[in-house]
Design a protein around this ligand. Structure first.
Ligand code: PEP
Ligand code: MG
Length: 582
């Protein structure tokens, strides 16, 4: 079986599929060694016992606080826990199929749901929600045990097959054991795709129903260059993929050898190439690929699965480690770019999260979260070159509000006698069209700009960056995008403040060259993208790039702009499409 999607991180990987189902907790299937089976049965029994204890405690508390009348619901839950239909069956599945307890429970849940669906009595049918409640509790208790497999403690290497990953799930994932990622959702600028590129792991997005169609544990191949996923390949197919994999590795090694070379055009224009990072450990990868600093640290990955704001000390440790590792280079940390759902997990989300209560818009509701982050960031600035960047700024009023809080925090630290860099630069991510249009005004209150083209394109062109169905409309080379970048570059130039581009446009050689033609001299991207962009730059003439960009600004469609680019820059660009959309 072959599935087609969008190649979002190049390379080929072959491995066993780890299919993640999104339930109360992610559930996946593992094949157990025969000697591990009885231990697994015990793990399940312990989780059921823990669930019983918790339910009894809840029942007693409820009886105390609101009277016995309401506590009866928990009797039903307790009865379910004792029902042989549930536990005995799950134990049988573990023993017969040699699978982990989580998967066995899920299998039994499916059987029981089918049974409930057959009831004609509506009351009885509705009891299936009680069943979910009870099963969810056991699943959570299974996850809590120190010896349980989890996404952060995988017992082998796998190809991850998932609908999508939230930043907090991604933060927990045992990336060293992930060979490749296959996603139902997504597109090249989806955060999981960006992450896969950061780790240099092949990835395919937009597969739509891979989580349903790929059998857990099956052997699969992910080709992140061509956007293909093959289940149980034949021997000749596998051989073909192995050859492609080998060529890709050789090419990577060749490119990595350029890490010490400067990013300079043939006519001497120096471009600073920095890395985007989500985790502090990526600093090493960034340096390996020759990054001259971290141009964007996406701090929201620190929230973790519990979605709790990390305290000041934990954040200070992370930011401090980052600036120390990257010394003498600069680290640019972006303040929280999260949605309201991250404030109240499970609570109501915005009807349209991309346009909702996001990033700085949460400042009024959660000022302490921002205050703590700014306190940690300012203190980290005493240990190395750090810049603070506010995302999702829609205009000067947003910036003024964020700066107001920053000023309060500075005074607080001064009063407390805590050291920090008094001149720590404050910048704006230009990613909302209104920010690009008011760039001249924003430049008065900002020390630097970083253009976030991922969101800028999404909002300028009204295209959801995560929806594979509209990925053909997501056009980095749309004339509106080039004009918005150009206007922002000019405003920064007139105000004399530095500007970089940190969106994925910086990471593709073709679009990176246009950006340089538009006057951009700092680019920040996934570390693994640096060598290719550098190679393209070293082969190009800045004066020519300027001419080409000027010509592109006068063309009416993305297709014509791309054709012109490819024609003019054929010698420095490999013949690959701009983003590997279909
Ligand atoms: C962007 O929007 O271009 C950006 C760099 O930030 P993110 O991808 O995290 O939204
Ligand atoms: Mg953004």
């Amino acid at each position: 079986m072959e599935l087609r999607g969008i190649g979002v991180s190049p390379g080929v990987a072959v491995g066993q599929a780890l299919v993640v189902e999104r339930e109360a907790v992610p559930v996946f299937r593992l094949l157990l060694a025969p000697e591990a089976v009885e231990g697994e049965v015990q793990r399940l029994t312990r989780a059921v016992e823990a669930s019983q204890k918790q339910l009894l405690a809840i029942k007693e508390r409820l009886a105390r606080e609101v009277g016995g009348r309401h506590a009866y619901i928990f009797d039903a839950h307790l009865l379910m826990l004792e029902d042989p239909l549930l536990l005995d069956r799950a134990v049988t599945v573990i023993r017969e199929d040699h699978v982990n307890a989580e998967w066995a429970l899920r299998t039994v849940a499916e059987q029981l749901h089918a049974l409930f669906d057959e009831f004609t009595d509506a009351y009885l049918r509705e009891r299936s929600t009680d069943l979910d409640d009870v099963l969810g509790r056991i699943q959570i208790n299974l996850g809590g045990a120190a010896d349980s497999p989890s996404l952060s403690r995988l017992p082998g290497s796998f190809v991850l097959v998932t609908e999508d990953l939230t930043p907090s799930e991604a933060a927990e994932l045992d990336w060293e054991r992930i060979l490749a990622v296959a996603m139902d959702a997504g597109s090249p600028t989806h955060h999981t795709a960006i992450l896969a590129r950061s780790f240099g792991i092949p990835a395919v997005a937009g597969l739509q129903d891979a989580t349903r169609r790929v059998p857990p544990g099956s052997l699969i191949v992910v080709d992140g260059t061509a956007g293909r996923l093959v289940v149980e390949p034949t021997a000749p197919t596998l051989e073909g993929f192995r050859a492609v994999q080998q060529r890709h590795r050789q090419e990577e090694e060749r490119l990595q050898a350029t890490s010490a070379l400067p990013a300079v055009t043939r006519d001497g224009v120096r471009v600073r190439l920095q890395a985007n990072a989500e985790f502090p450990d990526e600093a090493d990868t960034a340096l390996l690929y020759g990054a001259e600093g971290i141009g964007l640290f996406r701090s929201e990955y620190l929230l973790g699965r519990a979605r709790e704001w990390p305290d000041e000390k934990r954040q200070l440790d992370v930011y401090r480690r980052l600036v120390e590792l990257m010394r003498p280079h600069t680290v640019t940390v972006r303040t929280w770019d999260v949605g309201s759902e991250d404030l109240a997990p499970g609570g109501p989300t915005s009807p349209n999260p991309a346009l909702g209560e996001r990033s700085l818009r949460l400042l009024r509701r959660a000022p302490d979260a921002f205050r703590v982050q700014l306190r940690a960031l300012l203190q980290a600035s005493a240990h190395g070159a750090l810049r603070i960047m506010f995302p999702f700024v829609a205009g000067p009023a947003d910036l003024a509000e964020a700066r107001g809080l920053f000023e309060e925090v500075r005074q607080e630290l001064r009063r407390e006698g805590l050291p920090f860099d008094e001149r720590v630069p404050i910048g704006v991510t230009v990613e909302v069209p209104s920010a690009a249009l008011t760039a001249d005004l924003l430049a008065r209150g900002a020390d630097f700009f970083s253009v976030g083209t991922n969101d800028l394109i999404q909002y300028l062109l009204a295209v959801d960056r995560t929806d594979p169905r509209v990925s053909a409309h997501y056009q980095p080379l749309h004339p509106a995008v080039l004009r918005a970048v150009r206007a922002t570059v000019e405003a920064a130039g007139r105000a004399g403040i530095p500007l970089s581009v940190c969106g994925e446009m910086a990471a593709e050689p073709a679009t990176a060259l246009v950006l340089v033609g538009l006057g951009v001299t700092e680019l920040s991207m996934s570390p693994a993208a640096i060598p290719r962009v550098k190679a393209a730059l070293r082969g190009a003439l800045a004066a020519h790039l300027k001419e080409v960009a000027e010509a592109c600004l006068g063309l009416p469609t993305a297709a014509e702009i791309e054709a012109r680019l490819r024609g003019e820059l054929a010698d420095v660009l490999a013949a690959r499409p701009v983003f590997q959309a279909e």
